[in-house]
Design a binder for this molecule. Structure first.
Ligand SMILES: [Zn+2]
Length: 66
C-alpha cells in the first residue's frame, strides 16, 4: 500500500484511490510526499494529527445521489 501525504492540509491519502475529490490539486509539489511506510503514516496520525482522507480509504461508494 502506498500512501500519499498532503503536508499542506495534513491529509493522508491512499495513492490507489486518490482522486479529484481529495482536494490536493492545489497542494504544491514540495508539500506532497509518497510513502509506503505504515509506521510513518501512523506516526503522522498520532503525533502530528494528520487525518486520513475520507475520499480514498476504500472503493468509492455512491453517496452523492441528491
Ligand atoms: Zn484522498
Amino acid at each position: 500500500m502506498t500512501y500519499f501525504v498532503d503536508h499542506l492540509k495534513k491529509n493522508i491519502h491512499r495513492t490507489r484511490y486518490a482522486g479529484d475529490d481529495c482536494g490536493f490539486l492545489q497542494t504544491p509539489i514540495e508539500k506532497r510526499e509518497f510513502t509506503n511506510s505504515t509506521a510513518f503514516v501512523k506516526q503522522l496520525e498520532e503525533q502530528e494529527l494528520y487525518e486520513r482522507c475520507p475520499h480514498c480509504q476504500s472503493v468509492k461508494m455512491l453517496v452523492n445521489n441528491d
